[in-house]
Design a protein around this ligand. Structure first.
Ligand code: DX5
Ligand code: ZN
Length: 230
């Protein structure tokens, strides 16, 4: 199995008063994309940013922007986020009644189309749309907040999704999000995850953001060279 592993620091744990500076630190450490958590206070009990802020972030970095929409009726806002300059976009399977339409629309707009799935939602809910998804975002915590504890049962879910993708010959990639850090990164890579979102482990690291991202990249590189060595 060849995996292209990418690190996606989540700005949810950054200092929002200094976003450009915070993102530059992540970029310096070797971040592959910047993860943006969009919350509406309905689908999840927290609120964050909308297209206006995303458009400003777009000007602050060359890195691809990965928008994770934790909002109800995400289909109503796709245009706005595309206009704001996102490159990857995921909607929740629990929030979008017409996923087939959404994913086809995103792909037609040349946006990487993703489906996010909560820890309590069965993988089988993705069966019909898996071939249409560029990536699946497996939530490894219940969405809404940074700094939560990784839910161990999600490891099996990552592994099962990897098996389904491989056995069907799909191109779908696996992104994971929540409670991930140096302590469990190896297990998560071993289960088959390829795009790793990290909020508190990067932006709140005591070693500083650049150093923390660099450390995660090193673990990933070691894993890619020799999966048994890490
Ligand atoms: C949670 C968000 C995550 C969050 C992860 O709902 O989707 O992207 O920033 O934060 P950590 O890595 O601290 O769990
Ligand atoms: Zn997220």
């Amino acid at each position: 199995m060849t995996q292209k592993i990418e690190i996606a620091p989540s700005i949810l744990s950054a200092d929002f008063a200094y976003l450009a500076r915070e993102i530059a630190k992540a970029e310096k450490g070797g971040a592959d994309l910047i993860h943006l958590d969009i919350m509406d206070g309905h689908f999840v009990p927290n609120m964050t940013i909308g297209p206006l802020v995303v458009a400003s972030i777009r000007k602050a970095t060359q890195l691809p922007l990965d928008a994770h929409l934790m909002i109800e009726h995400p289909d109503r806002y796709l245009d706005k986020f595309i206009e704001a300059g996102v490159d990857w976009l995921s909607v929740h399977v629990e929030a979008d009644t017409h996923l087939d339409r959404t994913l086809n629309f995103l792909r037609a707009e040349k946006i990487r189309a993703g489906v996010a799935i909560n820890p309590g939602t069965a993988l089988s809910s993705l069966d019909e749309i898996l071939p249409l998804a560029d990536f699946v975002l497996i939530m490894t915590v219940n969405p809404g907040f940074g700094g939560q504890k990784f839910i161990p049962s999600t490891l099996k879910k990552i592994r099962r999704l990897r098996e389904t993708i491989v056995s069907n010959g799909y191109q779908t990639r696996i992104e994971v999000d929540g409670g991930i850090g140096a302590n469990n990164l190896r297990d998560i890579l071993g289960a088959g995850a390829e795009i790793i979102v990290m909020g508190s482990a990067t932006f709140k690291s005591k070693d500083g953001t650049s150093q923390a991202v660099r450390q995660m990249k090193t673990i990933c590189e070691q894993y890619m060279k020799n999966p048994d060595s890490v």
